[in-house]
Design a protein around this ligand. Structure first.
Ligand code: HEC
Length: 109
């Protein structure tokens, strides 16, 4: 009888462990979709011309500190490019373009 109780306890313990682990592994990718970090994208793709503060102006790049372009227009410029600026539609998803466009707004003075 005592053995049975111990066995039951272990069975319950093992069940509790496996179920909570299963839940964790299963929910991770769905519950927390990878967050798009506009700053990281900017520092990867944009600093070469715009500089870390947006005012470097390499290859005639616009000064993002003084740019008054609304976010929809920025998305358009980033997606399709403009003059010396290369389009990013093949490099970045629309979600990432939106994130980086929003980040450029924070460079404004
Ligand atoms: C190859 C150099 C280069 C890179 C890389 C580059 N840009 Fe540009 N960008 C430019 C140039 C040049 C212009 C001005 C285009 C023009 O004269 O019409 C510009 C213009 C812009 C504008 C329009 C500003 C305004 O007021 O009209 C935005 C917004 C912008 N860039 C954002 C970005 C972002 C965000 C990235 C990174 C995803 C990026 N750029 C990467 C060169 C670059």
């Amino acid at each position: 009888m005592k053995n049975l109780i111990i066995l039951a306890f272990f069975a319950l313990f093992a069940f509790a462990c496996s179920s909570s682990e299963g839940e964790k592994a299963g929910s991770e990718p769905t519950a927390e979709a990878p967050k798009v970090d506009g700053e990281k994208i900017y520092k990867t793709y944009c600093v070469t011309c715009h500089g870390i503060y947006g005012d470097m102006g390499a290859s005639g790049a616009f000064n993002l500190k003084t740019s008054v372009l609304p976010v929809e227009e920025r998305i358009n410029v980033i997606t399709n490019g403009r003059k010396a600026m290369t389009p990013f539609k093949d490099l970045l998803t629309p979600e990432k373009i939106k994130a980086v466009a929003e980040y450029t707004l924070t460079l404004k003075q």
